[in-house]
Design a protein around this ligand. Sequence first.
Ligand SMILES: Nc1ncnc2c1ncn2[C@@H]1O[C@H](COP(=O)(O)OP(=O)(O)OP(=O)(O)O)[C@@H](O)[C@H]1O
Length: 262
Amino acid sequence: MNAPANEPAAGAPALAVSDLSHAFGKAKALDGVSFSVPAGRFAALLGQNGAGKTTLFSLITRLYNNRSGSIRVYGADVRQQPSVALAQMGVVFQQRTLDLDLSVVQNLSYHAALHGIAPGVARPRIAEALARAGLDDKARQKIRTLSGGQIRRVEIARALIHRPRLLLLDEPTVGLDIGSRQDILDHARLLCREEGIGLLWATHLIDEIADGDQVIILHRGRVLADGTVEDVVRQSGADNLRDAFTRMTGPTGPRTAGGGKP
Ligand SMILES: Nc1ncnc2c1ncn2[C@@H]1O[C@H](COP(=O)(O)OP(=O)(O)OP(=O)(O)O)[C@@H](O)[C@H]1O
């Protein structure tokens, strides 16, 4: 059922993807993908390189137009109600997109202005977002003076300025050391727990997924499993998620944080 023109539907999942396919020429990148992420849930989209994770993100965020299936954000279809759906969505893309020569605050203010948020409203929101990200003391620093982990935290803070209730992160820990990766993961899980945000975390690193998380295994454009880690492991008959993933996808994956094979 569609939501009224300007409001997301109450009680609908944060994200509902149904029978979504996408091809580049004759090559199918996504093939009948369906899953949903409830509000307040940390959901990991686990897949090897080329599984289709970025293509899926591009469709959800409308960089690409979905020609088949449907994508709903709190009930709002991204094709039929794009402004309602996009207003609920914050995104951290795989490629960094901050202006390196602007300060942290300038980057966040620019994003707020793009979303039509008045400066008087944006200022306290930015201060709050930076405090939550542990970056208040970096507010006036140029982005290029920050560490990789701090830059990622600024990107997450930026993605939250317009108060979205669905957060999408495409391999956000690429290039970060173990401590920074864990900080970002902890921060993301806190946002789900305390703010009720539904979160989709794309990764090829199995050790970023914890017991209790929802995991969606994407392989060659298809969803091979979707459920809690415990359910997916049990259904596969394996001992742990790493083995379950290998059974489903073959001996080439998954990767560990150090880039090695299991
Ligand atoms: N613009 C494009 N043109 C043609 N083929 C593409 C394009 N983008 C992606 N593909 C192909 O679609 C498939 C899925 O790619 P995608 O980038 O979505 O995977 P991914 O899971 O995000 O991988 P990675 O972890 O390497 O980013 C791959 O076979 C890829 O080569």
